[in-house]
Design a binder for this molecule. Structure first.
Ligand code: ADP
Ligand code: ASP
Ligand code: MG
Length: 479
């Protein structure tokens, strides 16, 4: 018997047809005697709709949040009415949906009165997406003969109060999942659990960040003692690049935990960057598979690094970032400038995506997302006020309209010339590289270019990644 934790993303639960497909996949595994633990996202588009309703409520736009509430009712009713026979169970789930939608309206009314939605309130608002989808899916499954039971992860995943991007408190989370959900699984229940949400020890709802249901599923997989984690999504697996950017993208049959960590951190939306954290030390293999093409094996993700001769396996990009440069002739003599700069940035709420230093130690630069860039610049200038006054440091420069491109592949450490190959290729195409950094895992190289060069740079480097996949497949390797 195998115990599988499966996560179904927004598109995979986005319509009655998709949900019926989810039921078929779960039923297939149950009929083989597997235990299945299911984690679900909100129906596609619903999290965005909920955020929009909160923004509308802040500006007293009652018409907008009421019509969003109605649209959500229609979306969930359609699933129930199409997939469930008239019955007491169907009436009960329709009532549950109504009750949640009433609670959503009440929260919007409260925001309207206060004209303000804090991060804490926004987390409560977006939690309705997963609370609705999980209940509807559990009801549909029950009527189709699965012993499914709905669980709100806010009762099990305990987090800090970092609203909108909360960190799990691991010990409490483990004891709640292992103490409550695991025994239910062992007694033959198929849990249908909300992704994305947790709560603080005193019960306030939090979320794990956008796309966080992948992370929720990995947390569940770890503590219900799963043999495997399967992330069911809308593409065949982890690909050489985002298929929406380059249609030539190919599925990678295998990537390591470390490689997927870099890919996700540097913009591959297919997985939340923290997904591997809970399973990496437990050595639980993970697969990314396509709900709409279940005969495809997808991508296997595991501990073993499998370097390939041609090294570069995938290319990612992050748009809407700004690079801040701290420079000055007097920096050499002043210790701790970098440390103080990064503390000040963290204090301004910035997550630093990339750091690069020139060898002369007369400047270094770092990259943050656009919305926080001005705030970070001000915070750093304030921190270095004395050095700037003494002209040891010049003012902090901001460069916008840039992108971070990252190439990923195990074996960059041991293979000379990979960086050379990447940068000569860019040079040949007259693409100007503004800064370079190598990831600490030594399986990625990131660099910054102007946004206008994005498409061409990705296309050129992607050609190298496609070659890697094709060579490995030709040599009979996993990739
Ligand atoms: P879900 O709702 O199932 O969580 P997401 O939209 O969050 O799905 O992630 C899947 C999407 O990620 C794909 O549709 C694809 O466009 C995008 N994507 C970006 N980079 C990659 C990549 N390297 N491999 C596969 N998909 C990628
Ligand atoms: N529903 C959430 C989002 O859209 C979480 C997820 O789907 O992973 O971000
Ligand atoms: Mg996702």
């Amino acid at each position: 018997m195998t115990r599988l934790t499966m996560k179904f993303g927004g598109t995979s639960v986005g319509s009655p047809e998709a949900i019926q497909q989810v039921v078929a996949i779960v039923q297939d595994h149950l009929s083989k005697g597997d235990d299945v633990v299911v984690v679900v996202s909100a129906m596609s588009g619903v999290t965005d709709m909920l955020l929009k309703s909160a923004n509308a409520a802040v500006s007293a736009d009652k018409w907008t949040y009421m019509s969003i509430n109605e649209d959500m009712r229609e979306k969930h009713y359609e699933v129930i009415n199409r997939l469930m026979q008239p019955s007491d169970d169907r009436d009960a789930i329709l009532n549950e949906v109504d009750a949640l939608l009433t609670a959503h309206m009440e929260l919007c009314e409260a925001i309207n009165i206060l004209s303000e939605a804090t991060a804490r309130i926004l987390d409560s608002i977006v939690s309705f997406g997963e609370r609705l989808s999980s209940r509807v899916i559990a009801a549909v499954m029950r009527q189709q003969g699965i012993n499914a039971q709905q669980y709100d992860s806010s009762n099990y995943i305990v987090t800090d109060a970092g609203y909108q991007d909360a960190e799990p408190l691991w010990e409490m989370t483990e004891s709640r999942i292992a103490g409550n959900i695991l025994p239910d699984v062992q007694s033959g229940i198929t849990p249908i659990i909300t992704g994305f949400i947790g709560s603080t020890p005193d019960g306030a709802i939090t979320t794990l960040g956008r796309g966080g249901s992948d992370f929720s599923a990995a947390i569940m997989a770890a503590y219900v003692e799963s043999d495997e984690l399967i992330i069911w999504t809308d593409v065949d697996g982890v690909m050489t690049t985002d298929p929406r950017i380059d249609k030539r993208a190919r599925v990678l049959p295998y990537v390591s935990y470390t490689e997927i960590g870099e890919l996700a951190f540097y913009g591959a939306k297919v997985l939340h960057p923290k997904t591997v954290q809970p399973i990496i030390n437990r050595d639980i293999p993970m697969r990314v598979r396509n709900t709409f093409n279940p005969s495809h094996e997808g991508t296997l993700i595991g501990a073993e690094m499998q370097p390939t001769d041609t090294v570069i396996k995938a290319v990612t990009s992050i748009k809407n970032v700004s690079m801040l440069t701290v420079s000055g002739k007097g920096m050499l003599g002043v210790p701790g400038i970098a440390g103080r700069t990064f503390s000040a940035s963290a204090g301004a709420g910035a997550n630093i995506l990339m750091i690069s230093q020139s060898s002369s130690e007369q400047s270094f630069c770092f990259t943050v997302v656009d919305p926080v860039a001005d705030k970070v610049k001000n915070a750093v200038e304030q921190e270095l006020e004395r050095e700037i006054y003494q002209q040891d440091v010049d003012s902090v420069d901001i460069l916008s309209d840039i992108v971070i491109i990252t190439v990923v592949g195990a074996g960059m450490r041991g293979t000379p010339g990979v960086a050379g190959r990447v940068f000569s290729l860019l040079g040949e195409h007259r693409i100007n590289v503004l800064a370079i950094a190598q990831g600490s895992s030594e399986c990625s190289i990131s660099f910054i270019i102007g946004e206008h060069d994005l498409k061409q740079a990705v296309a050129e480097l992607h050609t190298l990644a496609i070659e890697t996949v094709e060579n490995s497949l030709a040599n009979g390797h996993k990739a």
